[in-house]
Each structure stands twice: as structure tokens, then as C-alpha cells.
Design a protein around this ligand. Structure first.
Ligand SMILES: [Mg+2]
Length: 401
């Protein structure tokens, strides 16, 4: 489990955040809070998952927003985390996608616990917003924070995702603040996040949960639930602790835990066992949308795919080219001394790699069209990649000798 104490260490090690955790963090929060939505508790001491834990409207709408963003990308050819800003956003198209994914997923799960007016909108033909300031805009916004790295873009897309139904200023503010918190959670200390959110959105964060809890009641407005959920993130020191704190407020527990969980996930990730419990409780069509995003963004899956692809490409290098590369190695060995080879195989070979890679490029690749041609046939198009492979073949060979 990752806690506040580990954050600096993770940053030092350059461990990359898994963006899909933000989405599953919201979903897990919804499920963990679901037994307590209408029978509130004022304690953090409760079973995290039970047979009563299930997904509700928060999960369905989170998946709808995620699906709209993925669909937008596919239909417009914008790469994930990539060129949304550069290409300019077709807001009309994005709005239509939000409306259609919310309606189709919402209608597929009609009993997920929607608010009265949202339910009315869901089953009507209306594509117009109805000025809501309910926390529905904040509970479904986490995919926006998960998708983008750019504060301005997050602000605008969060607003677009809210404005489909929740176009009241408080409804929009709630969505923006949560998306913003998700964005900042992975890159700033908590004091900085608190001040930034306070200045941008004006919520009062200078209250402790112990002060809030005794008088807190079920409240589905953004202004009466979003700041409290964010405070849970400020006070908790791990994903689990933040979610437990959100439930312990004794309000709209599933939504509070979904919001707090999405922000906590951006900072701490979601522990594997919690992720597994959440995935187990997701129906196939909702899970498929999460999986699609996870495939695109999970750093370990991406790395695995890249490694497999590289292995396949490497296997296509023809034997003739391989032999030529080894011939170059013999030539190089004749011109240099064994201590240089040892350095090449040594524990910190980065500098040697860099220098030798450059030398390989200049001596063999740039001057030899045929070598480049051979590499291109195997699927290598950049000279840097070609020299890297040549160097690796050399190192393999040298370590055998
Ligand atoms: Mg709910």
C-alpha cells in the first residue's frame, strides 16, 4: 500500500502514475461507500467490501464520461493525452458524445440510484441541461483528471462534462475543483494543493473532519459535499484511509467516497487487492470501458507491449545483417583495447553507450546505405534505434566471450 510517507520515494525513483487507477479509484470508492448511502455511519471502522458493496450511479456515469472521451479520440484521431489542445476541440461533438454515453449507459442501468431530476432527464428526449448543482457533476468527472495533464484543458473539459446537465455555476465549480484536485494530487504537496484549490474555487478547506463530522448530514449539493470530500483527501494518508474517512462523514457516502477516492488514487494509486474487489463487481460492459483505458495508459502494460513489439522486431533482423554487425565488432575490437570493452560491459555503461552509439552511427550506419536498408526491412526506421540494436548485439557478443 502506498502512503503519504512513500510519495517522495516514488518521485525519486521516477515511478510513473497509472492514470487508470484514478477511474478505478472512483469506482472502488462508490462501491465501498454504497452500503452506507442511506444508513450512514460516523466511523472509519467498517468492512471495506462486503456482499452489500455494489456499483451505483457514480460508477455508471464515471464510465459514461470515460467512454465519451475515448470515443471522441477515436472519432477525431486525437491520441490519448496528446493533441486535443493542438487540434482544437469540437465542443459540439464532445457535448453530443457526453449526452449519448450518459443516456445509453444510464438507461442500461436504470436502477443505479440516480437523483430524481437526473433520472427524468435520462429517460426523456431532452439533450438540454437543467441547471443542477447536485454532486453528480463531481462524481463523474474523474476521467477528465485522468485523461489530461494540462490545467487549462482539464478546466474546460471538466466544465463540458458537467454542463451536459449540471450547468448551474455550483455544479460546474464542483466538477472543476475535483478534476483540478486530481491533476494536482500527483504533482504538488498537500498544502500547495489546498491553497491552489482555495484560490481557484473558493471552497473553505480550513475545517477538520472531526469538526465537520458530528453535524454533517446527507447532502447531495456540490457546495455541501465536494469541499468535504476533498478535505478527506487532505487528512488521509493512503487510498484506503481517504475512502474510509469519506464514508465516516455519514453523508452521501458512495458519492463522497467516489470523489475522495478518485483524488486519493491520483496520489497513492489503488492497492491491487482493492482494485480486484472493484473489478469483480463491475458488469462486463462497464469493465470493458475501464479496460480499454487501462490498456492505453497503464505504464506496466505499455512497457510490456513495447518489449514484446521490440522482441518481434529484433527477430526480423536477417542473419546476413547480424553477421555483418558482428564483423564490425571484430573490426572495432582490433582498433581498441580490452579495458574499453570492460567499461562497455561495466555497471554504469551509460556514458560509454552514448559515445559508442554515436561512433557506431558515424562509422557504420551513416556511411552504409545497405546496412540501413537491412534494418528498414526489419522495421527499424530511425538511425538511433539501429545503432542501439547494433550496440546491444555487440554487448551480447562481448559478454559471451
Ligand atoms: Mg450513488
Amino acid at each position: 500500500m502506498i502512503t503519504e510517507m512513500d510519495i517522495e520515494k516514488l518521485e525519486d525513483e521516477g515511478i510513473e502514475m497509472n492514470r487508470s487507477d484514478i477511474v478505478i479509484g472512483a469506482i472502488a470508492g462508490d462501491m465501498i461507500g454504497s452500503p452506507y448511502e442511506f444508513s450512514s455511519i460516523k466511523t472509519t471502522d467498517f468492512p471495506l467490501f462486503s456482499e452489500k458493496s455494489c456499483f451505483t450511479d457514480d460508477t455508471v456515469m464515471t464510465i459514461a464520461v470515460l467512454d465519451a472521451l475515448l470515443e471522441y479520440e477515436e472519432q477525431t484521431g486525437t491520441d490519448l493525452l496528446g493533441f486535443w489542445r493542438l487540434k482544437g476541440i469540437d465542443w459540439g461533438k464532445l457535448n453530443r458524445l457526453f449526452v449519448s454515453t450518459m443516456k445509453s449507459f444510464g438507461r442500461a442501468y436504470p436502477n443505479a440510484g440516480y437523483g430524481g431530476r437526473f433520472s427524468e432527464w435520462l429517460f426523456s428526449d431532452s439533450t438540454e441541461p437543467y441547471n443542477s448543482y447536485g454532486n453528480g457533476s463531481a462524481m463523474r468527472v474523474s476521467p477528465v483528471g485522468a485523461f489530461f495533464n494540462d490545467a487549462d484543458l482539464i478546466d474546460k473539459v471538466a466544465e463540458a462534462s458537467a454542463a451536459v446537465t449540471h450547468n448551474h455555476p455550483e455544479g460546474i465549480k464542483g466538477a472543476k475543483a475535483v478534476a483540478d484536485a486530481i491533476h494536482l494530487a500527483s504533482s504538488m504537496d498537500k498544502k500547495g494543493i489546498k491553497n491552489t484549490l482555495k484560490i481557484k474555487h473558493g471552497y473553505n478547506f480550513y475545517r477538520t473532519l472531526d469538526k465537520i463530522r458530528p453535524g454533517y448530514r446527507f447532502d447531495v449539493t456540490c457546495q455541501g459535499s465536494v469541499p468535504e470530500a476533498i478535505i478527506c483527501f487532505f487528512e488521509g494518508n493512503s487510498f484506503e484511509e481517504v475512502v474510509r474517512l469519506a464514508v465516516s462523514l455519514g453523508g452521501d457516502s458512495d458519492t463522497q467516497a467516489a470523489i475522495a477516492g478518485s483524488i486519493a488514487a491520483a496520489r497513492y494509486g489503488v492497492p491491487e487487492e482493492i482494485k480486484a474487489e472493484a473489478i469483480k463487481r463491475l458488469p462486463g460492459d462497464l469493465l470493458a470501458v475501464y479496460n480499454r483505458f487501462d490498456e492505453e495508459t497503464n505504464p506496466s502494460k505499455q512497457e510490456l507491449r513495447a518489449r514484446e513489439w521490440e522482441k518481434e522486431r529484433r527477430s526480423k533482423i536477417p542473419p546476413g545483417l547480424h553477421a555483418t554487425i558482428l564483423g564490425f565488432l571484430e573490426e572495432w575490437k582490433a582498433q581498441t583495447t580490452p579495458d574499453v570493452w570492460e567499461e562497455l560491459l561495466g555497471s554504469d555503461p551509460i556514458l560509454t553507450h552514448f559515445g559508442l552509439g554515436m561512433w557506431i552511427r558515424n562509422t557504420y550506419l551513416y556511411k552504409n546505405e545497405k546496412i540501413q536498408e537491412g534494418f528498414r526491412e526489419a522495421g527499424y526506421f530511425f538511425v538511433d534505434d539501429m545503432s542501439e540494436v547494433m550496440l546491444e548485439i555487440w554487448i551480447d557478443e562481448l559478454s559471451k566471450q
